[in-house]
Design a binder for this molecule. Structure first.
Ligand code: NAG
Ligand code: NAG
Ligand code: NAG
Ligand code: NAG
Ligand code: NAG
Ligand code: NAG
Ligand code: NAG
Length: 324
């Protein structure tokens, strides 16, 4: 009798170790996070029509930083990239994951339209994983503003047409996918309420970032890189389409300060006061990323700001956060 009890205790202990072992082995991993621009000037500075040599040099610095990030992402060997775009197919209120098995589209540059300047990208989309994230988020937060989009057929259907992609997705992927051809992509499209309500969205964005990190870590076995497609202030020049605002320069500087110090105050307070006049399409994605970084612990990241310039009316930044 005593022996049997001992045996069952040993078996229970072995089982517990085995479960722990499986948990450690199967934990997903967040390999790093990157901020990349989607401006045509960074895509191909050869066509940037300017006589200002400083601006031209800044455009090249942004471009080269994007190329470097593409190589660095490949070196991390992610199994999947989670790409946030502010210029995707957007819902009024919901954050939307794209669910077709493939995405395809093109971008062009600021001074040379497609054709002849076409930059085309085809990406393998992980629809099933995206569906599981949506389900998990909805289970946790009934009423969460998260859903998925299937273009021209049932979700994640094998032979469906590709999901349409444009510059918000294509420009970052153009720098990434040639170096990581086997990496799958999940695209998260920011809702249109970001145009008017980005500051009000801050708590929700931080929560979403937390939830995405926790899903990656505990509910997948994936090696994930997060990429935020984002441009900064669009009001640097009175000759630009959105005119001039004195909020543009301090906004871009505050976002740079956020990166360099992983400094939440700079993003969530200083930049938040400026964003409605600075007009930055990237802001909500950056706040969501801050939620991801916070969920791991702000002091666990090594930040790097590669470039932060506005060669024309809009600001662009290239940045990375790697785990210590
Ligand atoms: C480039 O700039 C010059 C001078 O501003 C202008 O005349 C020309 O039309 C521009 N070209 C393009 C392709 O935008
Ligand atoms: C790239 O996309 C453009 C625009 O849809 C298209 O006209 C062109 O044929 C494509 N190029 C290639 C090489 O697929
Ligand atoms: C969903 O969005 C609405 C605004 O459209 C907001 O009031 C609500 O708090 C959001 N829900 C969650 C769970 O964040
Ligand atoms: C944002 O607000 C402006 C001005 O009130 C309005 O015209 C526009 O439709 C709003 N945009 C969205 C996406 O709600
Ligand atoms: C910035 O512009 C606003 C109006 O848009 C003005 O009220 C404010 O005084 C200006 N600030 C500075 C420092 O010039
Ligand atoms: C963080 O940013 C805020 C505002 O932009 C600044 O006042 C503060 O000194 C920064 N904190 C650190 C530790 O650098
Ligand atoms: C040239 O570009 C730089 C960087 O964008 C800018 O600071 C400077 O004012 C520009 N010079 C002229 C003459 O426009």
């Amino acid at each position: 009798m005593a022996n049997r009890l001992l045996l069952s205790r040993i078996l229970a202990a072995l089982l517990a170790f085995w479960v722990l072992f499986l948990e450690i082995c199967s934990a997903g991993e967040l390999l790093g996070a990157f901020v990349m621009p989607h401006g045509g000037i960074a895509l191909d500075p050869r066509y940037f029509n300017t006589t200002n040599s400083t601006a031209k040099a800044e455009a090249w610095a942004l471009h080269e930083a994007c190329q470097q990030v593409g190589r660095e992402i490949a070196a991390l060997e992610p199994s999947v990239i989670l790409l946030s775009t502010p210029h995707g197919v957007a819902d009024l209120s919901n954050f939307q994951f794209y669910l077709n098995p493939r995405g395809y589209g093109w971008a062009d540059t600021d001074n040379c339209d497609c054709p002849p300047c076409c930059y085309n990208v085809s990406a393998e989309i992980d629809g099933p994983l995206s569906l599981r994230i949506i389900e998990s988020l909805l289970q946790k937060w009934p009423g969460a503003n998260v859903s998925g989009l299937a273009a021209y057929g049932p979700p994640a259907q094998e032979d469906a047409e590709p999901f349409p992609l444009r510059w918000g997705e294509v420009i970052p992927l153009h720098f990434i996918l040639p170096h990581s051809p086997l990496t799958r992509v999940m695209v998260l499209s920011q809702p249109s309420r970001r145009y008017n309500d980005s500051v009000a969205m801050i708590p929700e964005l931080l929560q979403l970032g937390h939830d995405l990190q926790s899903y990656i870590k505990s509910e997948t076995t994936e090696r994930v890189v997060v990429v935020i497609s984002a441009d900064l202030a669009h009001t640097h020049l009175s000759s630009g389409p959105y005119g001039y605002s004195n909020a543009s320069e301090p906004f871009d500087l505050a976002v740079g300060e956020w990166v360099k110090g992983v400094n939440g105050t700079a993003l969530l307070e200083t930049a938040a006061v400026l964003v409605d006049r600075a007009l930055s399409c990237g802001y909500t994605g950056l706040v969501m990323l801050h939620g991801v970084l916070q969920a791991v612990g702000l002091s666990s990241w090594v930040p790097r700001l590669y470039a932060n310039y506005h060669p024309s009316y809009y600001g662009m930044m290239v940045a990375s956060f790697l785990p210590k």
